[in-house]
Design a protein. Structure first.
Length: 355
């Protein structure tokens, strides 16, 4: 009898939201579930989804009950909430919430996210016009009365990681400057997972750079004395976490495909930097960014042996087919340097966005 009374008491324990804080986006439910009650299960049919910038994607999420044949009991409204997880596990970014006929999206997801609702137990999230910042892990949370459960889905983007340092030279960016530097070059600061995948694909770079979680790391495929020692094994070297304001390193950026045309401008003469900027404008385009040349090289196989100006004042050229005088040993975006903008003459790479 005592055990039965104990279960009854447990089954009715809950914390109601405060009346002044019961809005759709802030309502929280704390519950203790009865041992033999109908258990809510939330399932993601795929743990990892792949897409690309500008595309549309569906993050799968469905909910079931162990002891009920239908999706819901009909006595409680079902609340679906999607959040994006961050490197700080105590923080989440609100993406979308739905309860009954109410729908709300947040931040830069507004107007781009919807529930699929192909069936009464479908809580899958559709994200349209994907941007680079959408990359990451998402949590689907379903709440019905005193029950709730969650599932996590990772959204991966097809793209390329590249190391970046500014005109000032090696190790001149704090974390916040590193973030801005990537954004300025049509990219975002890379995550560890993206750098790790790039290392597995052959990225070898001896300079340490910031990653999105605030750590400083670098990928080595060919161990050597200046890069961790020649007797060490290949891998991603980790410097740990550093002061985001005071510490200075390079940065690893990530970019994906683009909605536009990247090209080398055929021009009768070589150009100074200012002339290159104007030449692209005259051609109905803009001078290309570093992220755009890397995306064109890696994702489109762009190959050109002509060195050309880019928007940050650097001069580079993309080689997909190594050959004599054009990166004979490896496919790469070759870096010439940051020449004198007023006196040095080169070609130019332009980018024309599609409307």
């Amino acid at each position: 009898m005592k055990n039965l009374l104990f279960l009854v008491l447990i089954s009715v324990c809950w914390a109601e939201p405060h009346p002044g804080n019961s809005s759709l986006e802030h309502e929280r439910i704390i519950h203790i579930q009865a041992e033999n009650g109908p258990r809510l299960l939330v399932v993601a049919e795929q743990a990892k989804i792949f897409s690309h910038r500008g595309g549309n994607v569906t993050l799968p999420c469905k909910f079931y009950h162990e002891h009920r044949s239908t999706a819901g009991s009909g006595t409680h409204k079902i609340r679906v909430k999607w959040t994006k997880l961050t490197s700080d596990y105590l923080k989440e970014v609100d993406v979308f919430v739905a309860m009954g006929h109410h729908r709300k999206s947040y931040g830069n997801y507004q107007g781009r996210v919807f529930l699929r609702e192909s069936s009464e137990n479908d809580a899958s999230l559709i994200i349209t016009n994907i941007i680079l910042e959408d990359y990451g892990r998402y949590k689907c949370e379903v709440i019905e009365g005193l029950e709730d459960d969650t599932a996590v889905v990772a959204l991966n983007l097809e793209g390329v990681v590249f190391p970046y340092s500014p005109r000032l030279g090696r190790y001149n960016l704090n974390f916040h400057e590193a973030q801005r530097a990537c954004l300025d070059q049509d990219s975002v600061i890379a995550s560890f997972d993206q750098l790790y995948d790039a290392w597995r694909s052959g990225l070898d770079w001896c300079n340490a750079g910031w990653l999105s979680d605030g750590s400083v790391q670098y990928p080595i495929t060919k161990p050597r004395e200046p890069c961790g020692g020649k007797n060490t094994v290949p891998g991603v070297r980790n410097y740990g976490f550093w002061d985001k304001d005071k510490s200075r390193y390079d940065v690893f950026c990530f970019t994906s495909n683009f909605n536009g045309r990247f090209y080398y401008l055929i021009h009768p003469t070589k150009l100074t930097y200012d002339e290159a900027v104007q030449a692209c404008l005259k051609d109905g385009a803009q001078i290309a960014k570093v992220g755009q040349i890397f995306a064109a090289w890696k994702l489109l196989g762009y190959d050109r042996c002509d060195a050309g100006w880019l928007a940050d004042g650097s001069v580079r050229y993309p080689i997909s087919r190594p050959r004599k005088r054009c990166s004979p040993n490896e496919a790469a975006v070759r870096f010439v340097g940051f020449p004198d903008k007023k006196h040095k003459l080169y070609g130019v790479y332009c980018f024309r966005a599609y409307n």
